[in-house]
Design a protein around this ligand. Structure first.
Ligand SMILES: Nc1ncnc2c1ncn2[C@@H]1O[C@H](COP(=O)(O)OP(=O)(O)OP(=O)(O)O)[C@@H](O)[C@H]1O
Ligand SMILES: [Mg+2]
Length: 311
């Protein structure tokens, strides 16, 4: 196998702009004007049962795609284990949420500027420490988070895999949950496992399945149908279909370049698939989704960490 030619990032970005221009990429409707203090940022947690199925890659690329269509996006890297959103973007966060809570930093100071105007918050150890926050520190965090409410259209949360309390709490806190699976039986079984827990803890959750690394789109559709049928029958819980993404070696090449696929190879099959998903499923808010904004998200999150219900 020949090594890919390594292009400078400026060339990649210029090429991307050129390629995307003629592509009719519908800008999302102008943002609904907000009344002061109105909470309408959308919070979406991306998770999976099994690890390594593409969560981080998809969060990064969905974020870029949304940003390219005029939306303001913040990514919260909530993977307590091997956090790797920074690897995808080739950046190294110095601060995390706890620097806001414990230090004198404000939320703007810990956010890292990513490509296409997206912002990244490293959760770091701060995420698990949310449980221990006393009243004063919780208040400090909330006061800072309020600033984000007016600056953000989407908060995308990248979690680790599995059914740890931490992952489940991020699912319960968000307005919407995207579960990613491949077509492998183990990945599907684990995806069902996490859907079962989500549905048991919060039956009004809005869960969509994204089937990644398919050979044929029909394969993904069938997989979704199977999961949705079992979930409807045994859990009485709807599992929506977010879409399918093809197996695409450009994804791997992009990671090696530490450049999100959407910038590295915007016309590749997976990038095209991500654009399709974003334009079909992120423009409008499904009726069953209730939006609580970022403050609602963190309120539920800390409540859950402290052992209470998220409702
Ligand atoms: N559609 C795809 N085609 C080919 N490779 C893919 C695709 N999606 C993801 N990958 C590759 O799968 C690997 C794992 O992806 P990623 O790190 O995004 O998964 P993850 O679910 O975040 O993993 P973890 O559970 O460890 O956090 C990466 O090397 C990525 O390039
Ligand atoms: Mg990951």
């Amino acid at each position: 196998m020949t090594e890919p030619v390594i292009k400078p990032i400026e060339a990649i970005i210029a090429e991307t702009r050129k390629q995307i221009q003629p592509y009719v990429f519908k800008r999302l409707e102008a943002r609904t004007p907000r009344k002061a203090g109105e909470k309408i940022a959308r919070t979406i947690t991306v998770t999976s049962g099994k690890g390594g199925v593409g969560k981080t890659s998809l969060v990064a690329n969905i974020a870029i795609c949304l940003a390219q269509s005029g939306q303001r996006v913040i990514i919260l890297d909530a993977d307590l284990g091997l956090a790797n959103i920074d690897v995808v973007f080739g950046i190294r966060p110095r601060y995390n949420l706890m620097d806001v809570v414990n230090g004198d930093m404000n939320i703007d100071e810990i956010m890292i500027q990513g490509p296409s105007g997206i912002q990244i918050i490293a959760g770091g150890s701060g995420v698990s420490e949310l449980a221990q926050l006393d009243q004063e520190k919780s208040q400090k965090l909330f006061n800072q988070l309020r600033f984000l409410e007016d600056k953000t259209d989407f908060l995308l949360i990248d979690t680790g895999a599995g059914i740890s309390d931490s992952v489940i709490s991020f699912c319960h806190a968000a307005d919407q949950i995207i579960v990613i699976s491949t077509t492998e039986p183990t990945s599907l079984a684990d995806a069902y496992g996490i859907i079962k827990i989500i549905s048991g803890k919060r039956p009004d959750s809005h869960v969509s399945l994204l089937v990644n690394r398919v050979d044929e789109e029909s394969e993904g559709v069938q997989v979704h149908e199977r999961v949705a049928r079992v979930a409807a029958e045994f859990l009485h819980f709807p599992v929506h279909h977010l879409g399918t993404l093809p197996q695409d070696r450009n994804m791997h090449l992009a990671v090696r370049q530490q450049t999100p696929l959407m910038l590295f190879s915007p016309m590749s099959p997976a990038a095209t698939g991500i654009r399709k998903i974003v334009s079909q499923s992120f423009h409008e808010i499904p009726e069953t989704v209730s939006r609580d904004g970022i403050e609602g998200f963190f309120t539920r999150l800390t409540r859950f960490f402290k052992g209470g219900s998220t409702q």
